[in-house]
Ligand binder design. Sequence first.
Ligand code: ZN
Length: 184
Amino acid sequence: MKIVNYPHPALRVKAKPVTAIDADVQTAAAKMLELMYRHDGLGLAAPQVALDYQMIVMNFAGDHERPDQECVALNPVIVEKKGSVINDREGCLSFPGLYQNVRRHKTVVAQFYNLKGEFCQMESHDLAARVWQHEVDHLNGTLFIDVMGSLGLSRSQRDLEKFIADFEKAKKKGDLPPGLEPKL
Ligand SMILES: [Zn+2]
């Protein structure tokens, strides 16, 4: 399992709900957590590892020694959003090195299932709320470049061109499935 970078088409797939919490899902969750910690991330969504189902893993402290801050969410839905804040330097593991300001809700309430299949509801604020919004967006094929606004997007142009060039290079080398054209 590895993290795919923009503009890999897996990032634009609308993920399907998880219908059974089987061994594959359990193993994928454990591997995704490991990858997230290895890359110092706060969250990772299944489409970022080219899996097409609704699972996200998060640690709101970004610290593997804080398991109390860890959360694996299946079929998550944000049911309440409050307030609005501009976040300084939001990043994404599928856009290594790119950071921009992104406007997000200050508070969100999320409903989801955990790996035991229990229904959960969580209210989060500020950084944790940002992680929730960013990761749930991934499940809908929405990326932070879609929500950062035109100023942030124009500031990101050079990085995005570099990501596209790297993707084309990897595709030529056969590192990516053939016939997958990036949606830009
Ligand atoms: Zn991301």
